[in-house]
Ligand binder design. Sequence first.
Ligand code: SAM
Length: 298
Amino acid sequence: MIVDMTDVRLPPGVGWTALLTAYARAQEQRRADPLFDDPWAGPLIGTALGATGGELPRLGPARDDGTSVLWEMFGAYFAAGRTPFFDDQVRAGVADGAEQVVLLAAGMDARAARLDLPEDVRVYEVDTAPVLDFKAAVLGGTGTDVRRRTPVVADLREDWPSALAGAGFRPGRPTVWIVEGLLMYLDAQACDRLVTTAREASGPGSRIAVEYFRRIPEMDSVPPVDEAEKEALELILGLFRSGPSADPATWLGGLGITPAQVTEVPDELRRLGRPVPAVLDLELTTDPMRIWLAAGTF
Ligand SMILES: C[S@@+](CC[C@H](N)C(=O)[O-])C[C@H]1O[C@@H](n2cnc3c(N)ncnc32)[C@H](O)[C@@H]1O
């Protein structure tokens, strides 16, 4: 897969949080035993970072050399720890009859191309213009089949349902909503609003999948290996807000959504036969970071 790097530049506004998760997926793709297939993460990251192959350059806390406890945790969480869970939710929702998938804060998510969804299922990607334009340029350069992909430029703090409808989304129809890597950046009221808006925009037979921290992690939750990594962690945690106000069953239930599956990242890693980083392990750490993964139907 070849990307012409001379024509694609990372525009201002493509936040590195979207690139961090793609970095982890690119690393997963290079493993001998990948848990999912994401051949687009590598070109997206390579283009963004100006890398031509070999080891990926460092990006904030993300490193390709296995030396960082912080990145071993984030990498495991972003890739094996949550990607298969959300993939399964998309597949289950579509198998149950969903006609459309909405990726809220899609970032570099390539599910529109990589999940082999039925021809008539549309995937709406809501994010900012620089993110979606960059992604379109890179995917276009790889010759990827992007027919199912519909970019929706919208600010999730504003009237994004109108933008979604304007892009062809059909309100009232069964939909799968993917909220991956977003709720930790929102306060409790904004989380309620987002999920309620999604529920009201779609009809019976819909599904929503979310992920969030049980509480905001502390700076000393993970030992940074150097000063630069400490700064990166400060930057990440500085973006964090409270997230939803309760555990997933209580929270989703209170918003009129029936909890269908609730798990946590370490359980997901164990299920998939992957090691659990110590900072996430309830058995090894007295005060571990806890990250919910949850899905509900309505
Ligand atoms: C951590 S990334 C997650 C991306 C993707 N869901 C994933 O898991 O790989 C967060 C994404 O949220 C987007 N984002 C943040 N605030 C936003 C807003 N107010 N409106 C739309 N998108 C937003 C960013 O551009 C970024 O792509």
